[in-house]
Design a protein around this ligand. Structure first.
Ligand code: ATP
Ligand code: MN
Length: 533
């Protein structure tokens, strides 16, 4: 039989317990694209991008993310409902079942690495059941050169079998899908879900343990870019707050859109080699860089397309969480390698659907630590009729689901770095203005971009500030290219009393959420709490 692929090299997976599989090793992106089409697992969009459906899961499943409790993790991990322990023997048994499932089949193997800084580089071998998942790994992880592949020594292994369904009773999982990290064996085992985000966030979670514990480096759920002055800006924020959108700035070089490390030498490096952008309501006018990145090599997930392959970015019939992954070089203005020096500005992005928080405010060190540990954003209840009340959502370090250690470990590292590097910290509300969700509207992207640009250019240094009466935040009274009346949220509401009531209610939620951290927090951090409510 003639091999349909051009690749000359293949590898044996026997040592992983995968026998007699047809192994496609390191297929180029185009071949994975074609393979996906041939298998009927995807379609080609008119842009030339591959479009796939990830199946039952169109988002991560935090309740099915486990960590094997072993010698490495036992005393270090912050166990609970975020870091759910998994029995080591059960892991071994499940691993054997998954690898037996992959045996005798076609599998796609990719050698790649995480961490753009060579001192931190983590080599990864990814074994996928599906070609498009392997293409995702190509897009999102860093790509070794031909030379580096010659003697590639994988440290971590990802085994990804979306078609394998666990039996919860037998396997010790919650249900049929699972994403399990095993630090002792350095394996991420993912099954029962085709959502590709589990692959990237699995390695992110692993690095969030490895880097602070062994490498004195702070891992961060943030995007980063660098200006012509060589100064790095960092954007922390939970999902949907604008990390990817706001870091794609034509005037600044992109370092990365989601996961970074901050070293003891004050360097910021990307963990990844690609971006994973939301495409809901994507407009070529407002987000030209992301729009242009959707071309051959990119993978669209869960979008609706017509028979000619035109994507309707407004269509949410499959999910709100429509996505595209692409290698970082699909963006024009990038920093190479993905490392920045001298972080000078940190933005905490929040999408406050109550319309309470100011669109931009400057934080004291105490407020910075307080807001970092709080990790506030709001969840919009959704599009169901009658539900228009947003819900406050707190996720420590702006990424609790990915943080195996206690949140204060990361907060302490960040505070120490802020002090030594003299960095400015800003809280930016990319959410609602003029009222809460339902009454108000989302802050214009154009204004948010202008506020960030002004902060980065030092244009907010010499303007007058006023203090938010409930949150105690310092709000600039002027900002270039932004109408002054949007800068004070209270002024944007018609009903001022309603504003005050909402602001107090939100301040109360902050305080309630913080109760569990109070015993860990010093006076400075506690001074960052809302002053009323
Ligand atoms: P994830 O962690 O899930 O990748 P993210 O923080 O990268 O999330 P984005 O993908 O940037 O979030 O999503 C922000 C969304 O909000 C985009 O769809 C963007 O178009 C929209 N948006 C609307 N108004 C604004 C604004 N003022 N600032 C930022 N984003 C905005
Ligand atoms: Mn993002």
């Amino acid at each position: 039989m003639v091999d349909k692929h051009q690749t000359t090299k293949t590898i044996s997976l026997k040592k992983y317990g995968i026998n007699n599989a047809t192994v496609y090793y390191q297929l180029p992106s185009e071949e994975l694209h074609n393979e996906t089409l041939q298998k009927g697992q995807g379609k080609e969009a008119s842009s030339g991008a591959l479009a796939v459906n990830t199946g039952e899961f169109t988002g991560r499943s935090p309740q099915d993310r486990f960590i094997v409790r072993d010698e490495v993790t036992e005393d270090r991990v912050w166990w609970g409902n975020i870091n759910i322990p998994f029995d080591s023997d059960k892991f071994d048994a499940l691993y054997d079942r998954v690898t037996a499932y992959l045996s005798e089949n076609e599998v796609y193997v990719r050698d790649s690495y995480a961490c753009a800084h060579e001192d931190y580089r983590l080599n990864i071998r990814v074994i996928n059941e599906y070609p498009w998942s392997n293409m995702f790994a190509h897009n999102m992880f860093l790509r070794p050169t031909e030379d580096e592949l010659e003697n590639f020594d994988p440290e971590w292994l990802i085994v990804n079998a979306p078609g394998f369904m666990a039996d919860s009773e037998r396997d010790g999982t919650r249900q049929h899908n699972f994403a399990i990290l095993n630090f002792g064996k350095k394996i991420a085992l993912i099954g029962g879900t085709g959502y590709t985000g589990e692959i990237k966030k699995g390695i992110f979670s692993a690095l969030n343990f490895i880097l602070p514990v062994f490498k004195n480096t702070l891992p961060m759920h943030c995007s980063a870019n660098v200006g012509e002055d060589g100064e790095t800006a960092i954007f922390f924020g939970l999902s949907g707050t604008g990390k990817t959108t706001l870091s794609a700035d034509p005037e600044r070089k992109l370092i990365g859109d989601d996961e970074h490390g901050w070293t003891a030498n004050n360097e910021v490096f990307n963990f990844e080699g690609g971006c994973y952008a939301k495409v809901i309501d994507l407009s070529p006018k407002k987000e030209p860089d992301i729009f242009k990145a959707i071309k051959p090599g990119a993978i669209l997930e869960n979008v609706a397309m017509d028979s000619e392959g035109h994507v309707d970015f407004k269509d949410t019939s499959i999910t709100q969480n429509t996505r595209v992954s692409y290698p970082i070089y699909h963006i024009d203005n990038i920093q190479q390698p993905s490392i920045g020096q001298n972080p000078k500005n940190i933005f905490f992005l929040t999408a406050d659907a109550f319309g309470v928080l100011p669109p931009i405010s400057k934080l004291t060190p105490g407020q910075a630590a307080y807001h970092f540990i709080s990790g506030y954003t709001a969840k919009v209840a959704g599009t169901e009729a009658g539900i228009d009340e947003p819900l406050p959502s707190f996720s420590a370090c702006f990424g609790a689901p990915f943080m195996p250690l206690h949140p204060t470990k990361y907060a302490e590292m960040l505070s120490a770095k802020m002090k030594t590097s003299g960095v400015n910290v800003w809280l930016v509300n990319t959410g609602w203005t003029g009222g809460p969700y339902g009454t108000g509207r989302r802050m214009k992207l154009k204004y948010t971009r202008a506020m960030i640009t002004a902060a980065l250019k030092g244009q907010l240094k010499d303007v007058d500030y006023e203090m938010h009466p409930i949150f105690g935040l310092d709000m600039p009274k002027e900002c270039p290219n932004v109408p002054s009346e949007v800068l004070n949220p209270r002024e944007t509401w018609e009903d001022k009393e309603a504003y005050d009531a909402k602001a107090e209610a939100l301040a109360k939620s902050f305080k309630k959420n913080f109760e569990k951290f109070e015993s860990y927090a010093n006076k400075e951090i506690l001074s960052g709490a809302p002053i009323k409510g």
